[in-house]
Design a protein around this ligand. Structure first.
Ligand code: FO1
Length: 451
């Protein structure tokens, strides 16, 4: 169950929220208003946590599956009266018969506030079992709690795009792999950070999953004239990101600060953290060649070589970027995005302190398998798992993640492997995991949050 949010952790964006924060008089007045509508049941249990039924209801109200009458699915029992209440309070300003994200978000916030106040006077709160508890004061509570995701590139970015459809982006922190970072032409390139930024900004090239949509390549074409390095393609507009990052790093700004600046420039509210401000390089030992850097393996050799070993150079002396350990410790739900376990997630876990911090939260960690029916949706994860002696299947992924994740979401195509996954000590949840668009990604995010 997701727990009560941290005080002031979530934005409560409309007028009731402001009024409620204004003082006891409005709080009591607002409560009386709710009483008149016959809403019952306290949102708090004896420990001051939100009663699960209330949270579920709030989540149900936020669900885009609401039909034109404000019913959720087939069984709207218990939901309808609250919808009536909300509609009545919003008459003229809010019409649930025209579903849209904004309307649904506002409904969810309204419902949450209603439930926070129900049966709560300033002195006491009555829980669902009728027990009276001292009222602990008004606290802002996040709709679904604060979420921290461990993220690689394209798969993670697509999942995060869905996640921010169903929770406020400001409630999400993504700790992003920087083992793929590379310096080319003297420019510091952070492909996974940029892929997440461009995707969340709606600016990513939908065909490749990386780089910018509508990109032009004049600089690369010009570079070819000189016989310059062009196997790693940097688009003209994408180049601006690398120029900016490189200059800011040269100014002395840490990568985490530069990442904040880039995310802000793209209008993102999500918190993006590189796994470390220190340089950590994913390096691969290739049969017949020796060690090569990540992009030399991934792009230059199109990952079409045999790998003997992988290491994360520099991880032993690196530190997590500021905020990484806090984000892991304080999250209500941790998500391991559907990224390559060895090339994207392991480098994050290799940063000193991170693996232990995630393992300590194992019960709250949900991983999404990047392997579907024995194959990677994108990239070399399946091949690499096999080459390094793992099983390229959801069972192999479960075995790898068992020390850090309590649950693994696997695609419906792997439903028959659910028991084998659970025999690895990981709860198996079967759901559609292939994200063709935002709707599928949002649906997957809802599954992850509902566990
Ligand atoms: N991937 C390619 O396959 N070819 C490229 O030329 C290429 C250029 C590139 C430039 C900027 C950027 O942010 C990403 C880029 N990628 C390219 C993707 C990148 O190599 C990988 O997707 C990630 O490193 C793996 O997550």
């Amino acid at each position: 169950m997701l727990r009560e949010g941290i005080a002031d952790a979530s934005p409560v964006p409309h007028e009731e929220a402001t009024q409620l924060g204004d003082g006891p008089a409005q709080l009591v007045g607002h409560r009386r208003q709710l009483d008149r509508h016959g809403v019952d049941g306290s949102p708090f249990d004896g420990d001051g946590q939100i009663v699960e039924a209330h949270l579920e209801l709030v989540q149900a109200l936020a669900d885009p599956a609401l039909d034109a009458h404000g019913q959720v699915g087939g069984g709207g029992t218990g939901v309808r009266p609250r919808m009536d209440l909300l509609v009545e309070r919003r008459r003229g300003g809010l019409d649930v018969r025209q579903p849209g994200r904004q309307v649904l978000e506002r409904l969810a916030d309204e419902a949450l506030l209603a439930h926070l106040l129900v049966n709560s006077t300033l002195e006491q709160a009555v829980d669902a079992r009728g027990h009276v508890h001292p009222f602990r004061g008004y606290r802002r509570v996040s709709l679904r709690g604060v979420i921290t995701a461990l993220a690689g590139g394209v798969g993670a970015a697509r999942f995060l795009r869905g996640l921010v459809e169903v929770v406020p982006p400001a409630d999400v922190t993504a700790v992003v792999n920087t083992g793929d970072d590379v310096v080319l032409h003297g420019l510091h390139i952070s492909p996974d950070i940029d892929t997440v930024v461009y995707t969340l900004a709606g600016a990513v090239n939908p065909e490749t999953g990386w780089g910018l949509t509508g990109e032009t390549w004049a600089a690369m074409d010009a570079l070819e004239r000189y016989g310059g390095l062009t196997w790693f393609r940097l688009g003209d507009r994408d180049l601006a990101t690398h120029l900016f990052r490189t200059q800011r790093l040269a100014d002395g700004a840490p990568l985490s600060q530069v990442t904040v600046e880039i995310a802000r420039a793209w209008g993102l509210a999500i918190h993006l953290l590189p796994m470390s401000d220190d340089r950590i390089e994913t390096r691969l030992d290739v049969v017949g060649e020796g060690e090569v850097g990540f992009q030399e393996y991934f792009v230059q050799r199109r990952h079409d070589v045999v790998v003997k070993a992988v290491r994360y150079a520099g991880s032993d002396v690196a530190s997590p970027a500021p905020g990484v350990l806090d984000a892991i410790r304080s999250a209500h739900r941790l998500v391991v995005c559907p990224s390559n376990p060895i090339l994207s997630i392991d480098p994050i876990l290799a940063v000193p302190g991170v693996r232990d911090a995630v393992a300590a939260r194992r019960d709250d960690v949900v991983a999404i398998s990047p392997i579907v029916a024995g194959a990677a949706l994108k990239g070399p994860a399946d091949r690499l798992l096999t080459e390094l002696g793992h099983e390229a299947s959801v069972v192999g992924v479960a075995r790898l993640y068992a020390p850090i994740a309590g649950a693994l979401v696997v695609d419906e195509a792997d439903a028959a492997s659910a028991a084998a996954v659970e025999s690895e000590g990981v709860r198996c949840v079967v759901a559609p995991t292939v994200m063709h668009g935002v709707a599928e990604a949002a649906a997957l995010a809802r599954v992850v949050l509902s566990l």
